[in-house]
Design a protein around this ligand. Structure first.
Ligand code: ADP
Length: 381
């Protein structure tokens, strides 16, 4: 929008008409004070300012406007009839004007100038937008870089811990092997095995994250009994965690069409989390049910729980609840991978939790898969 400031209404009317005829939106002010009030309220691309006005002259208006942050992109053209001496023109420019036109105004020249200012204004606006977008991008990249450094340091630590432990036990084994104390040797070998398995899981998770990122996580679907899978996983985890009591509730008796290894990975992840995040407690409950056309699996613990604001974010890559992250080892990959696996099956995953009382993670899998998928699998086999 253009603001014309002139104390003579006739001047304003004729200029306004010409500009409006050329599709410019025009506003007017009959005094410097009125112009300042309008500039505070509205945004103008250009102000055409008469120099000779009673009370506040054009120079004073321009000087005041140059102090307004709202008008820092606004161009000012002075119109002057009398003060054509160089010193007035110089004052005009130094008070913030971009142009100084002497009356009588050649309307075609003024129009060309107005168009040029509009073009410059548009270009400036686009430049500012681009600058803002660039700054945001730089900030985003800086934050991502910082997160990556942080991740590398935590990941190296997580990988080094089992590795140091393996090294330690292997040294002990080497020293003890001649003594032939079988139970001790066996115990130390088991420890090596456990730590190796930990390393294996960590590396497999890292590879899974990278597969997800590059869209290469493939599902190998086949039909299997979900109850059997759950019972096997529970048996294995119960052996590894004798202090805990993993309770299986419900049985469905149905076969699901899914990637068995990937669904097993999700269940193991939810159960190991339930155990890991409930120190000092013993019960963990896994419940399976059928709801109409979907299978639901829920893992409930009575552990530390989580505040509401983390419930969405725990499924994000590398997200860990800060208040508990120092107490428990981890890289924040398990739930991210689990969510991806469930979503890729057309299912849903979620959690409800109360701090200090426990959490319940659940997922749903759709049951009525298109028959063709089952057939195509059977044909392949
Ligand atoms: P990790 O356990 O390696 O940190 P996950 O992706 O499995 O990674 O979990 C992400 C975060 O979610 C954990 O760091 C923890 O803060 C929170 N979390 C997951 N499971 C539970 C649970 N059963 N109880 C409380 N917090 C949990």
């Amino acid at each position: 929008m253009i603001l014309i400031v002139d104390d003579s209404p006739e001047n304003i009317i004729s200029l306004k008409k010409v500009l409006e005829r050329n599709d410019f939106e025009v506003d007017t002010a009959l005094s410097g004070e009125e112009a300042l009030k309008k500039v505070l309220k509205n945004s103008y691309v250009l102000i055409i300012l008469d120099v000779q006005m009673p009370e506040m002259d054009g120079f004073e208006v321009a000087e005041a406007i140059s102090g307004y942050s709202k008008a820092k992109e606004t161009a000012i053209i002075f119109l002057s009839a009398a003060n054509t001496e160089n010193k007035f023109i110089t004052r005009g420019y130094s008070s913030g004007a971009l142009d100084y036109i002497i009356k009588p105004v050649d309307i075609n020249i003024l129009l060309l100038k107005v168009k040029t200012f509009y073009r410059i204004y548009e270009q400036n606006r686009k430049l500012s937008e681009m600058q803002l977008a660039l700054m945001e991008e730089i900030e985003y990249r800086k934050r991502a870089e910082l997160k990556k450094d942080e991740f590398i340091s935590v990941a190296s630590h997580e990988l080094k811990t089992p590795l140091s432990s393996i090294k330690g036990y292997l040294q002990l084994l080497e020293r003890n092997i001649d003594k032939g104390n079988m139970p001790t040797l066996k115990m130390q070998l088991q420890k090596v095995q456990r730590q190796t398995e930990k390393l294996n899981i960590l590396i497999a998770d890292l590879l899974d994250v990278s597969k997800i990122e590059s869209g290469k996580l493939q599902l190998q679907k086949k039909e299997f009994y979900i109850d059997e899978l759950i019972n096997e996983v529970v048996k294995m985890l119960q052996q590894l965690n004798p202090r805990y009591n993993i309770i299986v509730k419900g049985s469905t008796g149905i076969k699901v069409l899914a990637d068995e290894m990937r669904i097993e990975q999700v269940i193991i992840n939810l159960l190991t989390n339930a155990i890991k995040y409930s120190p000092g407690k013993s019960d963990v409950i896994i419940t399976t049910q059928i709801f109409k056309d979907k299978l639901s699996v829920a893992v409930k613990d009575f552990g530390i729980g989580m505040p509401e604001e983390h419930l969405e974010q725990v499924f994000e890559k590398f997200y860990r609840v800060a208040t508990s992250s120092l107490r428990f080892q981890g890289l924040g990959m398990g739930l991210y991978i689990s969510r991806e696996i469930i979503i890729r099956h057309g299912g849903e995953i979620g959690v409800t939790s109360i701090p200090g009382e426990g959490s319940e993670f659940y997922f749903y899998l759709p049951l009525n898969q298109p028959a063709t998928e089952i057939e195509s699998y059977e044909n392949r086999n």
